[in-house]
Each structure stands twice: as C-alpha cells, then as structure tokens.
Design a protein around this ligand. Structure first.
Ligand code: ZN
Length: 477
C-alpha cells in the first residue's frame, strides 16, 4: 500500500519528467525514496535498542566479555593464550547458534618479551618500570649499562646527534595525540640507533599515568642496527628529563630477554547471519581478538569484538534475517599491524564488489557518540539517515574518517567503512598497559555501543540497495 501510493506521488513530481527509465522500467530511486525506506526501520531500531539496553540482552556483551577475559587473559599474537581465545570463541559462537562459524587460517608474528627489567644506578638506585616493545631484540645476556641521554623530540636527538654514541636514549616527548605521538614508539629505536645509541627507552604513549608503562609494536629498518627498546612510565621519563636538565649524570642498567620466533599459525574467527535475498553480499562487523600480553585486553579490543558478536546475537534473538549476509570477523594479529586482516583481504578481495560496508570497533566501547564514516557524499547522507534511528539513545552523529587497522585494506580500495565513536577521554590511560582489564569496561556503555553497532549493520544489510561508492581511490573522506 505504502509502495503504490509512493509511486503515485512520485509520478506527480515535475523533476521526473523526461528522466530515463531503468531497464526494468522503474525510475531511479531518489534520496527521498531512500529516506523513506530508512524511516521504515524505526520500529526495528527501537526493538533492537530495547532488547540491548533495557531487555533480556541487557549487559550480555559485558558479561560474556568478563567470562572470556577472566578465563583466557591477554592474547598476544603467536601465544598459547591467543589460540585458546580463538578456540573459546569458535565454540561460543557455535553454541550461540550463529551460522557458518569457522576459522580462516593465517600466519602471525610470534614475539615474546621474556624476562626484562631496568634499574637506575646513578644518581641514585631506582627501579624503572618497563615494558619491552613488540619486535624488540634482547640485550646481551649480561645486560647493558650505559649513560642516559634524554631528548624531548627527534629534532633534539638530531641536533645533539654527536652526544648519542654509546648511550641509552630516553625520549620524553609530550603526549599530543596518539596518532601524532606514536611515531616515537614505532621509530624511536631506529632513530636512536642511527646516531649510535645502544638502546632506547620511550616515554609511554599515554595521556595519563600512575607509573604505568604502555607497550606496543615498533619497527626496525633494514640497514640500521637493531637495538633493544622498551617503554617507560611518564613519571620516570619526566624525572630523568629534570635530572638531565640539572646536568646530573644518569646511568641505567637494562636487561631484556625478548625473542622473535618464526611466524605462528593463527586464525581469523568468522560467524554469520546469512542474507535471505542477496546472501553473496556482505556487511562486515569486526573487532580484533588478539591483544597485548599485559592486562586482559578487555578494552583493546575485547569490547569491540564482543559488541560485534552481540550485533549478530541481537539480530538472531529478534528473529530478524537481513537481505544481505551479516558477517562478523574477529581479527588476529592486529597489534602487529593488521596481519590477520591483511591476509583476509588478500584472500577475499576478488569479491570486493560484494562488500557493502566494512565496520570495525577498535577505539573503546565507552559511552558512544556516533559513527565515523568513510565513503562518498551520497553514502554519507544515507548513513546520517540511519543514525537518526538512534535518536532514542541520542547517538546520532556522523563523523569523518572511519578508523580501523583491519578495515583500512578495504576502505583504501573504495569500500565504505565505519568505526564506532565513543568517549575516548580515558582510553589512553589504559591502552596497552596492565590497566586494560574488565575494571575499565562498563556494562551500560557496552549496551549502548552494541545497540549502535546492531542498528547500523542490520539496516545497511537489509536495505534494498548497497551503499553507493565511487571507483577505487576516489573516496571522499
Ligand atoms: Zn586495538
């Protein structure tokens, strides 16, 4: 009935005069048509929100994550814990009654930190909290004892390059944003080695600290000596900086037993709700299952992984089946640079025209504020209409630049992408540290995140047409 009256109404509109017909004789759909189609999902959106936030599924993603995080613990690439996590999820997803639950084999880096510690010997004895950075080499078995050179930036290191030989370079760079400051972690050892340093200690990339080191991956460069590298707390970096500015000589003993093993077999974990009209077309929701080897990886990225699972559970529980296939992927090897996702992309990219949107939540599941989207202007307008369905929980904003290591491969080639936006104010307090535990997760916030994730993915999967996209490389941000 609605459909017939809509056609009648459109036939009265003057802008349709002289417009070409489609092959099947229908007019191309206007944005008004799409808007109306999306508005038709308002009851479904309310049902999803009710179930996730107030109903039987309330707190489910949090409770599932708590059992998982407490049982498995941290899940470093190449570790037995990560294998256990993947097996745990494989059987949990099957028990949940999801479809096509399977594991897709990939190879991931295998690095272990081993025993590690650092002690300040001069001007006074002080134990320095460190976490070796992923891929770091070990010190010699007897350790390294060397004088410290403190710098606040790469510029200062280069200016004072002749002082660096034989020293341990300590970076005390201020935290600006993660994106801007993280290069000190990823390139700090290489830059220090280029000027002859024997090791580097990097102030943790953290916006707040209670003497907590925050680890992360770092990269060596071919042709540059590989020196041991670790992060230290903001407090120790600042103290050593103050000492150095006073002209005090600082000597540190550093011992690291890190080892890199051959790449390990691992898996991306997949589950689906198969579409009933266009099953070959894919709406992908995701988070990564691997984590650092500290804390519980509850925030990074347990939250993102478990709201992605929750999206499929909620849709199943409501008896909904979208036209397209809703596919959840829990990536492996993200922390080493999206290693599992890269292999997934290589394996599936020949099917790229069937990927409607790729979504990843990997920046916390705190109080959600909206969705970050990468795609063309038409698609963005559609996303804005979909987000309006989330008015009941007041999470309607659409931001620029979807972000997610694992979905970048697809977005780079023109597939629309989305990431969850939430309150990041405390995210980097805990990121990659012992503090990333269930204690930072909040069930109410996870409920809201799950509702956003589910409404967006379901509506996109069920709409009559895929999101419009430009040809490869022509994306608007
Ligand atoms: Zn992450």
């Amino acid at each position: 009935m609605k459909y017939l009256s809509l056609i009648f109404f459109m036939s009265l509109l003057p802008q349709y005069a002289g417009k070409s017909l489609r092959r099947d004789g229908s007019h191309p759909r206007t944005f008004e048509d799409i808007k109306n189609e999306i508005a038709g999902y308002s009851d479904t959106a309310k049902a999803i929100i009710d179930l996730a936030v107030h109903g039987k599924a309330q707190n489910r993603s949090y409770e599932r994550l708590a059992v998982f995080a407490d049982t498995v613990g941290p899940r470093l690439s190449g570790s037995k814990n990560l294998d256990a996590a993947i097996q745990y999820m494989f059987s949990a997803l099957q028990k949940d009654g999801l479809e096509n639950v399977h594991l897709e084999p990939v190879k991931v880096p295998h690095w272990e930190r081993g025993e590690e510690f650092a002690v300040m010997l001069e001007p006074r004895n002080h134990s320095i909290a460190i976490l070796g950075l992923g891929s770091s080499v070990a010190t010699p078995p007897e350790g390294i004892t060397a004088e410290v050179m403190v710098v606040a930036s790469f510029d200062e290191l280069h200016r004072r390059a002749q002082e660096a030989k034989g020293k341990i370079v300590v970076y005390n760079q201020p935290f600006v944003t993660y994106g801007e400051t993280v290069r000190y972690r990823s390139q700090g050892a290489v830059e220090a080695a280029k000027v002859g340093a024997v090791a580097s200690l990097i102030r943790s990339i953290a916006s707040f600290s209670i003497d907590s080191p925050h680890t992360g991956w770092q990269n060596y460069q071919s042709g540059v000596p590989r020196i041991p590298t670790a992060c230290i707390s903001v407090e120790d970096a600042e103290m050593m900086s103050r000492m150095a500015l006073r002209g005090t000589k600082i000597v540190v003993y550093l011992k690291m037993g890190a080892r890199t093993y051959p790449d390990s077999p691992s898996f991306n974990t997949v589950a689906e709700i198969v579409g009933n009209k266009y099953p070959e077309q894919i709406v992908l929701v995701s988070g990564h299952l691997d984590s650092w080897d500290v804390g519980q990886g509850a925030m990074d990225d347990g939250g993102g992984a478990f709201i992605s699972w929750e999206a499929l559970s909620l849709i199943k529980d409501l008896g909904l089946r979208p036209k397209r296939t809703l596919r959840m992927v829990l990536w492996t090897g993200e922390e080493q640079g999206g290693v599992g996702a890269e292999q997934y992309y290589q394996l599936h990219k020949e099917n790229i025209s069937n990927f409607d949107i790729v979504m990843e939540s990997d920046e916390g599941t705190f109080k959600p504020s909206g969705l970050a989207f990468t795609g063309n202007a038409k698609a963005r307008d559609i996303i804005k209409e979909i987000m309006a369905l989330l008015l009941p929980i007041n999470v309607t904003d659409v931001f620029d630049n979807a972000d997610g290591t694992d979905i970048n491969y697809w977005m780079r080639d023109g597939v629309p992408g989305a990431s969850l936006r939430d309150d990041l104010s405390k995210y980097f307090w805990f990121h990659h540290s012992q503090g990333d535990t269930m204690t930072v997760q909040d069930p109410n916030q996870m409920n809201l995140c799950a509702a956003v994730w589910t409404v967006v993915s379901y509506v996109i999967a069920d709409m009559e047409e895929m999101l419009p996209r430009d040809s490869k490389g022509a994306l608007n941000k």
